[in-house]
Design a protein around this ligand. Structure first.
Ligand SMILES: *Cc1c(COP(=O)(O)O)cnc(C)c1O
Length: 393
């Protein structure tokens, strides 16, 4: 049986997969079972920010795998302590909790906010989230995800969650009260179609959260770790949250998530209040240390910003060449959406046949989240494949 046949037979069909099975990757290139080469401009959905099999990351995890992988959090773990220090020194953070995924990080952040709130007043447990948001697939994460398709048919959601409109501060003012424990927002909505928050909107959220003493949470699971040209997207806005959640790119493909907190949020989760068996183990945090060391270099982040601008310009000229297909381009750094006039899944399929990996989010947004190490020549090559694809359609 081929990989595809085995998957069909034995793996739960929770995903509609493309009929491709990759066996090898290096940098921005992927190779399938037949040796066909692909240019990856998706990076496993904003995960492999340093590209596939980055030399330093792969070396570090090989070494760690032969030394010590897991001991539990009953003991101290050197790379965990190192990664926590790196995250704090490179952000607003003061304390970090480690887990294994984005959903788990958001789950923990919600618990943190509700614990903080209910210690003041048992009624202070409400959460404000946003329409078109995405925060993951666990029960709390789907409860705060403002897109019906993710939570319909799973019974009652978490109580006390209210959805406001993204970039509309008045809609938040209508829902906020002394009962609000936390506000959770993505600085750039990812799955919602690469929609950046406006600066004033995040500033106002900060003010509102302060007024009622709620925890402001930024979900940086997709925007974090260099994706937008800053190490964390909040740094574009001059607004610091109390809590930031991370995952996706933090291990360059090794599963890891984190909750970064400061001030009143830093010490809410006391011994016994929260835990994760695998969270912050040697293997995952060793990968994280290498990732943050590389990506936090100012010249690296500057190059992301430059290449982001370059890719945006190229996409802008594509809009001019195909005005019947595209509307506009948006995003920051190398987190870019090309807005199509119609659903774009066909473009994605055809591009894949032509050797380019991208994806389609929110129905009509082509998402470009290439490895941050992509070169301008590779961006050019991607645009050429896209042009060819569009002509064929
Ligand atoms: C991907 C994503 C998540 C969920 O992360 P998982 O690791 O799949 O649980 C949460 N929030 C945002 C913004 C994401 O992009």
């Amino acid at each position: 049986m081929s990989t595809i046949e085995k998957t069909e037979k034995f793996v739960m069909k929770t995903y509609n997969r493309y009929p491709v099975s990759f066996v090898k990757g290096k940098g921005c290139r992927l190779y399938d079972e037949n040796g066909k080469e692909y240019l990856d401009m998706l990076a496993g959905i904003a995960v492999c920010n340093l590209g596939h099999c980055h030399e330093k990351v792969s070396k570090a995890i090989c070494e760690q795998a032969q030394t010590l992988i897991h001991t539990s959090n009953l003991f101290h773990i050197k790379p965990q302590a190192e990664l926590a220090e790196l995250l704090c020194k490179n952000s607003f953070g003061e304390k970090v909790f480690f887990c294994n995924s984005g959903a788990e990080a958001n789950e923990g952040a919600i618990k943190l906010a509700r614990r903080y709130g209910t210690e003041k007043d048992p009624e202070k447990f409400e959460i404000i989230a946003f329409r078109q948001s995405f925060h993951g697939r666990t029960m709390a994460a789907v409860s705060i995800t403002g897109q019906g398709k993710y939570n319909e048919g799973f019974g009652p959601m978490l109580q006390g969650v209210h959805f406001a409109e993204f970039n509309n501060i008045n809609s938040v003012k209508e829902l906020i009260s002394e009962k609000t424990a936390g506000i959770i927002v993505e600085p750039i909505q990812g799955e919602g179609g690469i929609v950046p928050a406006e600066k004033e909107f995040l500033q106002e959220l900060r003010n509102l959260a302060d007024e009622i003493d709620a925890i402001l949470i930024f979900d940086e699971v997709q925007t974090g770790v260099g994706r937008t040209g800053k190490l964390f997207a909040y740094q574009h806005y001059g607004v610091e949250p109390d809590v930031m959640t991370l995952a996706k790119a933090l291990g360059n493909g090794v599963p890891i998530g984190a909750i970064v907190a400061k001030g009143k949020a830093a010490d809410v989760l006391k011994p016994g209040l929260h835990a994760s068996t695998f969270g912050g183990n040697f293997l995952a945090t060793r990968a994280g240390v290498e990732v943050i060391k590389e990506i936090s270099k100012p010249e690296f982040l500057k190059s992301v910003e430059e290449k982001g601008t370059y890719l945006k310009e190229k996409l802008q000229s594509l809009i001019e060449q195909f005005p019947e297909k595209f509307v506009s381009v948006r995003g920051k750094g190398l987190m870019i959406g090309l807005i199509c006039k119609e659903p774009c899944s066909k473009i994605v399929e055809k591009a894949l046949e032509n050797g380019l990996v991208i994806n389609c989010t929110a129905g009509n947004v082509l998402r470009f989240t290439p490895p941050l190490i992509i070169s301008k020549e590779e961006i050019d090559a991607g645009i050429e494949i896209l042009k060819k694809t569009l002509k064929e359609l």
